[in-house]
Design a binder for this molecule. Structure first.
Ligand code: PGA
Length: 264
């Protein structure tokens, strides 16, 4: 695993955008795994700026989002459909037919729907580059603690902590969805490359457990230790509880010398 520690939120957005832009340029028909939340917003702003400057073309790319709240239509202001439209898709030239987000309005045969989402990822050739945030409880996507490390796209009940973290976006707790459709950890582990972004002291414990703790379903992100190409791009605050920061810097220096393509 590569652990890239940057000064602050702005720097992680810039660094992640540099890597994502490099990946899009080297494979224009790239399949991107996309995440919502406050963390990837900085990345999306940077990618939009590169696109506007004329140096980044998404016309042949495909996007698969990680998750969506169950019960929210695409038009709901708190839906992840709305988030992606507002903060990314309406500003770039990703073709509409290449945008995939789990449908929050599914109301029956959840397993069948989720199996079809998985199949559409496979049909597109699999995810080349998966972008992830991390929850305070170590979740990736909505894979809450104790999610099977082999899980696939499915309906998932949200944890108390996630409901508390997100309820301020809704006018009342009763409006806050209690379930979501999310790619599974097994789905995420099949992507060819993973970039996990984290910012702020509130994420420090989860980041330390994910990188330095044991692999456990209690911390979904720890499953990334089994992935051969993961880069954590985190700021100083999110890196606060890591015990081997000097070593990660050394690894990075050696990577820059011997295998710079891993950072491009
Ligand atoms: P955040 O969410 O980026 O808004 O902190 C991350 C997550 O819960 O995955």
């Amino acid at each position: 695993m590569l652990v890239v520690i940057k000064k602050d939120y702005e720097e992680i957005g810039r660094e992640a955008a540099r890597m994502v832009a490099g990946a899009v340029r080297s494979k224009p028909e790239i399949v991107l795994g996309l995440a919502t939340g406050s963390t990837p917003l900085g990345l999306y702003k940077e990618l939009i700026a590169l696109h506007r400057a004329g140096s980044l073309d998404f016309s042949r790319a495909t996007g698969f989002n990680l998750d969506e709240y169950l019960g929210l239509p695409a038009t709901h202001p708190q839906s992840f459909h709305h988030f992606m439209e507002q903060n990314f898709f309406s500003h770039i030239n990703l073709s509409r037919q290449n945008i995939h987000i789990p449908d929050g309005t599914v109301s029956h045969d959840y397993d069948g729907y989720c199996a079809r989402y998985e199949q559409s990822i496979k049909t597109a050739g699999g995810i080349d580059l998966q972008i992830l945030g991390i929850g305070r409880n170590g979740h990736v996507g909505f894979n809450e603690p104790t999610s099977s490390l082999a899980s696939r796209t499915r309906l998932k009940a949200l944890s108390r902590e996630t409901i508390e973290d997100n309820r301020h976006f809704f006018s009342s707790e009763s409006e806050m969805p209690k379930c979501a459709i999310t790619m599974g950890i097994g789905t995420i582990l099949e992507s060819r490359r993973v970039l996990l972004l984290a910012s702020g002291r509130s994420k420090a414990a989860a980041v330390a457990k994910a990188i330095e703790g044991p692999i456990t379903s209690s911390v979904s992100a720890s499953a990334l230790q089994m992935h051969p190409d993961v880069t954590f791009i985190i700021d100083e605050d999110a890196a606060y509880s890591l015990t081997q920061r000097d070593y990660y810097r050394h690894v990075l220096e050696m990577t820059e010398i011997f295998t710079p393509e891993r950072l491009s």
